[in-house]
Design a protein. Structure first.
Length: 757
């Protein structure tokens, strides 16, 4: 029997279903294993945390990657015998909750992971996280047979690694509903109940649509909707969903038959509400829900249930233990409810059958099952306690990246967009704005939001809105061209910007269309992308082709079935143009696309690697990797640090290369291209080269001086032979933060290994 049992997840008093589950599980296991020390690590969704009980020994901040590693250290040093993780993609930071992997890669004890969601069709990020989660867990717990089937069929998890343990429920007496009704003022009425955190996926609108028919046949019915709106939904859109339901009830003439109780009720109060219930309704809209805690609670209390056939309901209500109705079908809901109300004998039988089966689901029984799973995990893998500081050599630790700090990005931004230049760390109003930098800033906001890198995402959304608004204003809808330079007085200084700035704007628009979680941003980005794409066909700049290809890739990542063949045709055209350049200029001694290597060089390699991988285009992939290897070789000094080609003359074939002025965008481009090469090939050399280029920002360069200023969050504009350019302009600052975002995106999925980082 394990003596030190750690639990990880959301925890009360945080208001969410996972928090309630973690609390109930930890308390139940502690009562079942009285000699064990049961403690909790709580995941915070806000920096101030919560007023946790004493069982919570450590906390981590959902979107702070380093806090996950500190949590792993705490668990190791305190010699936990087993770690029980509550997993839901949305409660951990990073793409698809990938921050959790940073903790799991470092803990030394057996891990038992409870999967509250098991996706049969995960997206790319979810699949990567899930595969790693399966690999890092000694045992997996699901709450229904369907979850175990998906793990086996989709993720190839051996059946011997999976425990099916039902969702725990409180042990409630089997009583008649009239016993509790008087205290709620609904005596003599038939009570229909739906409870839980409120949100659009609950399908409550379909019950309200069914109520007129139910009330016509049973005028004494009242429908109680119990629960607060989900806090994250409140933050995004307030009470729009609840108010919409209230208006719908008024429009259907059933206001006298609907009660909204907008509270997160205590466990004791919830028992009384359930006790007063005659029929419980779960009209959820998504079949792929493998667990419902609310369904388990009410079913185990011996209540009749009318539900849509999501996976957990199909399993629990099988063999006549409840009534299943089609999704989004008000008429069937009315028929199911009325059928039970008109047949008291059938309703009573369903209640007794549910209550009998529910005895296997009460928390004491569930706690015993979890203890068996913990013992099984320990028997499968005897954990070695971590001794003080053992294994803390740099070789065995993940590469430590600087924390995200956007102070200077915010300082450089106003309601129009981001300023081009700065004098030291002060925005230079005289130089105004440009599309190039607002495009970079918009890309950064989307990358950070996708990674879950900021605790205060509303501020990130606020910045992204300004940058996207600038891009929308930059597009001349009549010509299909983006303008570039704008004065501080908001006057455009040209009819059309450079081809390169147009390509960067397309890159940003494609990123917004492919990645943004803000629907308005996504739709506007797609519109800008589609309006601006055609002009690229007439461009002659290889960099403009390159930036456009990167935008096309971003656009097609999440719009693969786009019917606009123009997008696919343009990718084919631009890819072939770059291949033709290679064939025209590249030799064994000069494996490059032009007579000179100038600026943003690695982006050409990156674009061809992406096109080669996803079109697919084998020749483009080969050229992209070969040219990138050459760039790596000529931009590495004998001392081993990164030295980008300088902008003071660049590097012409058969000529001397310029070593200065070194620009931050070159280091950023090299970081991104190398990491793209790693994603495509899994070759361990590429993360090493990305790290080498990234460290140029931090002082591993010709002068041994950092360009990134950790006190301001800004980055200096370049490296001269004798000094750093101390102005912290937008291009340079954004180059650092974009490189950092890319490094974080790969680090989350890499095991700590000196061969990789």
């Amino acid at each position: 029997m394990p003596q030190r049992i750690a639990f990880l997840g959301d925890y009360l008093p945080r208001l969410c279903g996972i928090a309630t589950f973690t609390y109930d599980l930890a308390e139940s296991v502690a009562q079942a294993a009285t000699e064990a020390d049961c403690f909790v690590g709580a995941v915070n969704d806000r920096s101030i945390g919560y007023d946790y009980p004493q069982r919570v020994r450590f906390e981590l901040l959902e979107k702070d990657l380093d806090s996950y590693r500190r949590a792993a250290d705490y668990l190791n040093f305190n010699n936990a015998d087993v770690l029980c993780v509550q997993h839901e993609f949305g409660i951990y930071g990073g793409a698809a909750g990938s921050h959790l992997l940073a903790l799991l890669k470092e803990v030394r004890m057996p891990v038992v992971t409870t999967l509250h969601t098991v996706l049969s069709e995960p997206n790319v990020a979810q699949r990567k996280v899930m595969d790693e989660l399966v690999r890092r867990s000694d045992r997996l717990v699901v709450m229904a047979r369907k979850g175990a089937e998906i793990l086996h069929e989709v993720y190839a998890v051996p059946e011997t690694k999976v425990d099916i343990i039902p969702h725990g429920i409180p042990d409630m007496p089997f009583v008649d509903s009239s016993f509790y009704k008087e205290q709620f003022g609904v005596e003599g009425r038939k009570v229909l109940l739906t409870f839980g955190l409120l949100g659009p996926g609950k399908g409550i609108e379909h019950v309200i649509e069914a109520l007129p028919e139910i009330v016509r046949q049973h005028p004494n019915v009242v429908y109680l909707v119990l629960g607060a709106t989900h806090p994250h939904l409140i933050a995004r859109e307030g009470e729009r969903y609840r108010l919409g339901l209230e208006r719908l009830a008024e429009d259907r003439g059933v206001k006298d038959h609907v009660i909204f109780y907008n509270r997160f009720v205590s466990a004791d109060d919830l028992k009384e509400f359930i006790g007063a219930t005659d029929i419980y309704l779960t009209p959820y809209l998504n079949e792929a829900q493998v667990t419902s805690g609310t369904l388990a609670y009410v079913f185990g209390a011996g209540k009749a249930v009318v539900s849509t056939p999501y996976w957990h309901a199909q399993e629990l209500l099988a063999e006549g233990r409840g009534v299943l109705v089609p999704f989004r079908n008000a008429a069937s809901i009315a028929e199911g409810v009325c059928g039970l109300l008109e047949d008291p004998a059938r309703l009573e039988k369903i209640r007794h059958d549910a209550y009998a089966m529910g005895r296997e689901m009460v928390w004491p029984a569930v706690a015993r099952r979890y203890l068996e799973s913990f013992q099984h995990a320990r028997a499968d893998r005897k954990a070695t306690s971590r001794k003080a500081f053992a294994g803390w050599t740099l070789n065995s630790r993940p590469y430590a990246l600087p924390p995200l700090r956007l102070d200077h990005v915010e300082r450089m931004s106003d309601s129009t967009g981001i300023y081009q230049h700065a004098i030291f760390n002060v925005p230079n109003f005289h130089e105004g704005y440009c599309t190039d930098d607002n495009a970079r800033a918009f890309i950064l906001c989307n990358l950070l939001d996708e990674q879950g890198s900021l605790p205060l995402s509303p501020s990130l959304d606020h910045l992204a809105t300004h940058y996207l608004a600038f891009l929308a204003a930059a597009l001349n809808y009549e010509t299909g061209r983006f303008r570039n330079f704008m004065s501080h007085g908001r006057q455009w200084l040209e009819e059309a910007g450079s081809e390169d700035s147009h390509g960067r704007a397309l890159w940003a628009a494609g990123t917004g269309a492919g990645r943004s979680r803000n629907e308005g941003h996504r739709r506007l980005s797609a519109q800008l992308f589609q309006r601006g794409l055609a002009a690229v066909a007439a461009f002659t700049s290889p960099r403009a082709w390159t930036f456009s290809l990167l935008g096309i890739h971003e656009y097609l990542r999440h719009n693969p079935d786009d019917e606009k063949t123009q997008v696919h045709a343009m990718r084919t055209l631009l890819t072939q143009r770059l291949v033709n350049l290679w064939n025209a200029y590249a030799t064994e001694d000069w494996p490059w696309f032009e007579p000179g290597a100038t600026y943003d060089n690695a982006r050409i390699c990156q674009a061809l690697i992406l096109s080669g991988q996803f079109m697919p285009h084998e020749e483009a992939m080969e050229i992209g990797l070969k040219s990138l290897r050459w760039l790596v070789s000529i931009q590495r000094t004998q001392a081993g640090h990164f030295r980008p080609i300088g902008s003071n003359g660049f590097y012409q074939r058969d000529g001397a290369r310029a070593d200065f002025d070194q620009q931050p965008i070159e280091a950023q481009a090299m970081v991104c291209a190398c990491l793209e090469a790693f994603r495509a090939t899994q070759d361990a050399m590429w993360p090493r080269e990305a790290k080498r280029a990234f460290e140029w920002f931090l002082g591993r360069n010709d002068l041994g001086v950092p360009l990134y200023d950790s006190t301001t969050g800004g980055c200096s504009d370049g490296l001269h032979p004798d000094r750093v350019n101390e102005n912290q302009g937008a291009e340079s600052t954004l180059a650092f933060h974009l490189a950092l975002a890319e490094m974080n995106s790969v680090q989350q999925l890499l095991a700590p290994s000196p061969a990789l980082l």
